[in-house]
Ligand binder design. Structure first.
Ligand code: PCA
Length: 325
């Protein structure tokens, strides 16, 4: 480069830099498909921050596990590889059983109860996450969890030996207790897992089955309403502490809106996606009484196991939740 063009290039770069000196880009990894209601809520949350900070913080969402896979998102934020992101809360149940409070079978089985359980659990979750250098921003439930199969199932005996896609410790344990073979697979990868026979059954919401078009491989969805797990959005504590109070307030405001909008969408999405499964040719309906009774028994075993593992923190959350009912 000739000296004059080098000077011009430096000056132009300097001018651009001065114009955007305050702007920061925050990449926000998310694990679920772009069309999913959690991802839609996250995209609006991102826009709210960008608008609310006058463009000083531009949040860019990366759904479908495109930037980090679901299982890697929390660590990426803790280590500062990404400033902000969303993950399934109970995905960390293996680190601390308390994270799995929303996946205790038949503890909270409606949107209303799931909201109460979250209210009871939130202060403890905030504290645990803060100790891990993470600030909790908002959390949104998934619709109730039901069972997917590629055949009619009327009892636990019918489930024996099936390859079962799990997404956390509770779902893997459910597989063990029903004689199925658990294989942990991220939602982003389940269409392929079902198509290739790596998995042939799962517990999830109608939403995830709809997002991943599982009617291409599966035939039955039994509404069990076993639990309503939650996603949550977290920000790295160092990044958070470096923000001005004004910016923190904007982000808190956007988070409160997102939590409200996300919870509303979750309810709307429930019937919409169950109808979508039907339109795809699947049988969608409640589990039979016999199967339900067997699942309740397995749920009781899992609840006992969870309470033992989650200790006094777990018990305090469950007691606080029961007091709200
Ligand atoms: N969908 C997510 C978690 C719970 C749900 O409904 C999944 O299956 O991975």
């Amino acid at each position: 480069m000739k000296p004059t063009s080098a000077i011009i290039a430096t000056t132009v770069a300097g001018a651009l830099w001065a114009g955007t000196a305050m702007a920061e880009k925050w990449d926000m990894p998310m694990a679920y498909s772009a069309t999913n209601f959690h991802s839609a809520t996250g995209a609006e949350f991102a826009k709210c921050i960008t608008i609310g900070t006058g463009g000083d913080i531009e949040v860019v969402t990366h759904p479908s596990g495109a930037l980090f896979k679901g299982a890697d998102i929390k660590r990426a934020i803790q280590t500062g590889q990404a400033p902000i992101g969303e993950r399934l809360l109970s995905g960390h149940q293996n680190e601390n059983p308390v994270f799995g409070v929303d996946s205790v079978p038949f503890l909270a089985t409606s949107f209303e109860d799931a909201a109460k359980l979250w209210k009871a659990a939130k202060p403890t979750m905030e504290k645990i996450l803060l100790d891990q250098q993470l600030v909790l921003l908002y959390s949104v439930p998934w619709p109730p969890q039901g069972l997917y199969f590629k055949k009619e199932v009327n009892s636990v005996a019918d489930m024996k030996g099936l390859k079962f896609r799990s997404y956390n410790t509770a779902t893997a344990r459910l597989a063990e207790l029903t004689g199925m073979l658990p294989v942990q697979i991220e939602a982003a990868e389940i269409s392929q897992a079902f198509a290739t026979g790596v998995a042939e059954s799962m517990i999830s919401s109608g939403s995830t089955g709809y997002d991943r078009k599982v009617w291409e491989s599966l035939t039955h969805f039994y509404e069990v309403d076993a639990w309503l797990p939650r996603n949550y959005v977290m920000v790295n504590k160092g990044v958070w502490d470096d923000l001005s109070k004004d910016k923190q307030n904007v982000i808190r405001g956007c988070a409160a809106l997102a939590e409200y909008a996300g919870a509303w969408r979750a309810v709307e999405y429930t019937q919409f996606t169950l109808n979508g499964l039907r339109a795809g040719g699947m049988m969608v309906g409640p589990a039979g009484d016999g199967l339900k009774a067997e699942l309740k028994e397995i749920g009781a075993t899992m609840s006992k196991e969870w309470l033992k593992l989650a200790g006094s923190d777990g018990k305090a959350i469950v007691d606080a939740f029961k007091a709200m009912k």
